[in-house]
Design a protein around this ligand. Structure first.
Ligand code: ADQ
Length: 411
């Protein structure tokens, strides 16, 4: 456990356009994931499990459900001065919302000044992984550099979604934010070293950099686009290779699991990763738990013979509390609390969020249904993609159909 004073800042104000329609009226970090979690639970669990218990979550865009989730679920005893506090954009530095992720931190400088941490850990809120930030902090301190960026190898083909790191002996010599023409690594030409969007800074140097950035009219005030490149230009940024991070209880196969779930297809695939027979991301690692705010108030999941003598079953699936599968069949799917699957319904390869209702004889195939969706008896979704498109549903590149909150799918 760290003895240094550390403040963790979770950037949770991004708009999440590429996750539409799941982000129509909620911030991306509040999107449900893996049944009863929300995306932000993964970053916050990592931070808290790392022993860092002073955490602020910077929110702005459609933040109501995110604020509620953080406030209720992550409420912590303040006895020891610990907190996980959502901080909405406050217009402290002028009449504008956060101009970018760096501006979000700059505008929250009052919290840094109050806490006076030695180090600031900054993470995004929309990645699925396990990581011990204390190991990264040790590396940061040993390096003697004021800025450390966590890096992981990713396919070259995805380079334009990431900050791409070029390092020599642990020092970053070049950092390109979402480049179109990245070069592969010398020892792996089809891979790049990507920034995970996780940073550790020494406080004084970060404050100075943010002040300079705020005064720069040409800056986009973005952590990856401006602040990290600034430290790199000063020869003051190091890389922390995620491959060296070892979390208690992790297995060989899930050790280097990290997913950016910025697109609907990536979000879907990360859900499917959880239900493979040997999950590459192991939710059941109790040495490094992922916390969420379910509470003990929900009734258990229930599987019943349906009204027409049909077994209610789920296989290769994650089934949350208070789900009822009554005479329907569920395969390779992730079900959030309150989902109800009726007799003769057939659900496969799908993600069903809270309280989705699947009517008698309905078919749901390779679909994501947001909260409170109703698939009426006999209706189908994900079977005829042209028809799904015609009725206004989103169909992703890989053919996943997405229904927004509360949609009623008719036969
Ligand atoms: P992106 O994820 O594309 O790339 P961004 O959209 O800035 O970058 O989101 C990063 C985090 O900051 C997210 O959690 C988001 O919610 C939050 N955020 C964005 N704008 C914000 C604002 N104005 N106020 C508060 N929070 C905000 C980043 C890095 C890349 C890196 C990838 C890894 O810029 O270098 O490779 O993350 O996923």
């Amino acid at each position: 456990m760290a003895t240094e004073k550390v403040l963790a800042i979770v950037l949770a104000g991004g708009e999440g356009k590429r996750l539409m329609p799941l982000t129509v009226d909620r911030a991306k970090p509040a999107v449900p994931f893996a049944g009863h979690y929300r995306l932000i639970d993964f970053s916050l669990s990592n931070i808290v499990n790392s022993g860092f218990l002073k955490v602020v979550v910077l929110t702005q865009y459609k933040s109501h459900s995110l604020d509620r989730h953080v406030t209720i679920t992550w409420r912590m005893s303040t006895l020891l001065g610990n907190f996980v506090a959502p901080v909405p954009a406050q217009q402290r530095m002028g009449k504008h919302w956060y101009l970018g992720s760096a501006d979000a931190i700059y505008q929250s400088m009052n919290i840094v000044n109050d806490e006076m941490p030695d180090y600031i850990v900054i993470t995004g809120a929309d990645n699925i992984y396990r990581m011990d930030f204390d190991q990264m902090l040790r590396h940061h301190i040993d390096s003697g550099l004021p800025c450390t960026v966590a890096g992981i190898r990713q396919p070259l083909s995805l380079a334009n979604q990431f900050g791409v790191i070029e390092a020599e002996n642990g020092k970053i010599v070049n950092f390109l934010e979402k480049p179109d023409n990245a070069q592969g690594l010398p020892d792996a030409p089809d891979q790049v070293l990507a920034s995970m969007g996780n940073y550790i800074f020494s406080t004084k140097e970060l404050k100075e950099a943010l002040e300079k950035d705020a005064a720069d009219p040409d800056s986009k005030h973005d952590m990856g686009g401006n602040i990290v490149p600034y430290f790199v230009s000063q020869g003051a940024a190091g890389v922390y290779d995620f491959i060296n991070n070892e979390v208690p209880g992790s297995l060989e196969r899930d050790r280097d699991y990290w997913r950016d779930v910025g697109t609907l297809d990536a979000y879907y695939e990360a859900n499917m990763d959880l239900i493979s027979i040997n999950p590459v991301f192991n939710l059941y690692n109790s040495d490094w738990p992922v916390y969420t705010g379910l509470g003990g108030s929900l009734p258990p999941a229930k599987f019943v013979y349906g009204s027409s003598d049909r077994m209610g079953i789920a296989i290769d699936s994650i089934v949350s509390p208070s789900v009822i599968i009554s005479g329907g069949k569920v395969q390779r799917s992730v079900l959030s609390p309150g989902v109800y699957v009726h007799s003769w319904a057939d659900v496969s390869g799908s993600v069903l969020m809270h309280n989705a209702r699947i009517g008698r004889g309905a078919v749901v195939h390779r679909a994501i249904l947001d909260k409170n969706c109703v698939v009426e008896p006999g209706a189908q979704i994900g079977v005829d993609l042209d028809h799904d498109r015609e009725r206004g549903l989103t169909v992703t590149e890989s053919g996943i159909v997405v229904a927004p909150k509360g949609m009623v799918i008719k036969p």
